[in-house]
Design a protein around this ligand. Structure first.
Ligand SMILES: [Zn+2]
Length: 291
């Protein structure tokens, strides 16, 4: 099967590793904006993952940057229809290309905020001068709070890190007053989660992080590749990952091989290999590495 078709399909369905050549990109759905709550918005369509933005009194904070310069500019155009306030900060939920490659569509000089490890991934991945001009300018390890607005009526945005999961730089963007959280690619509904082992992601870490998300006082969760969700969907999702981990743990204890496990879960490797290992394979490797 054509590798470009495989990667383009995966990119549109899930997320890309950093950098996708223009030849791999396909026509994208029209970009659209949906109000989540108050001044918090979600942007869907265009190329790349869902993004978001928050309109403060004097500025705009963007969450993730789309996958292409064109889509980023379309997103900026949509923001302009709502407010003339300047974009002062872009928060990155993690380093995957469908969340960060659009950074080059934003003017330079905007404060780009990420986890320490996400910046490290981007230092490795970014090569052009234009990309390097859009490396994160502010990073943090556990928690960073932004205060936006004027005086006592400020809006607080908590940037939270709960440990490695999808990657080792997944940031949760939490609006405590509005009870809205942007969670990047920590959630995949209707399919297995993607774990980037090359970026030190882990399935057992994902379970821990998802439980931390459930303990947040949030009502609405916005993610990169799903509709808006509530705690119920996250609860079901974490349970499905834990069920798989338990089943594979039993098989590992019984001395089963990776092939046995893959067979039991009907995991087929496409001709030419997969772009990313399946969740089943990731769990097996994590369990056997611990021994
Ligand atoms: Zn991702």
């Amino acid at each position: 099967m054509n590798i470009q078709i495989i990667s383009a399909t995966l990119c549109s369905l899930i997320s890309c590793m950093v950098l996708t050549s223009p030849a791999q990109q396909q026509p994208s759905p029209t970009i659209s904006v949906e109000k989540i709550k108050g001044n918090i918005f979600q942007v869907k369509g265009g190329s790349g993952a869902n993004t978001g933005f928050f309109v403060a009194d004097k500025e705009v904070v963007v969450i993730d940057a789309k996958m292409s310069e064109e889509s980023a500019k379309q997103m900026i155009g949509e923001i302009r229809k709502i407010t003339p306030n300047p974009i002062t900060q872009i928060i990155l939920t993690h380093s995957d290309g469908d969340h960060v490659n659009g950074l080059v569509g934003f003017p330079t000089g905007i404060d780009i905020i990420s986890h320490d490890n996400t910046r490290e991934h981007l230092v490795k991945a970014f090569v052009t001068d234009q990309q390097l001009a859009h490396l994160p300018t502010t990073t943090f390890s556990d928690k960073l709070t932004l205060h936006l607005g004027i005086g006592k009526k400020d809006t607080k945005i908590d940037l939270l890190y709960f440990g490695p999961a999808h990657t080792n730089g997944d940031v949760v963007v939490f609006f405590p007053e509005e009870k809205v959280a942007f969670i990047g690619d920590l959630l995949f509904l209707g399919r297995d989660p993607l774990i980037h082992r090359a970026k030190n992601g882990t399935s057992f870490g994902l379970v821990k992080v998802l439980k931390a998300l459930l303990s947040l006082d949030a009502d609405i969760y916005a993610s990169g590749h799903n509709e808006l969700t509530t705690k119920k969907e996250i609860q079901d999702f974490v349970q499905s990952v834990m069920d798989k981990q338990a089943k594979i743990q039993t098989m590992v204890a019984a001395g089963k091989t990776l092939d046995d496990v893959k067979k039991a879960f009907n995991i087929e490797t496409p001709p030419g290999g997969s772009r990313w290992p399946s969740l089943v394979e990731v769990i097996y490797l994590e369990l056997t590495e611990k021994k």
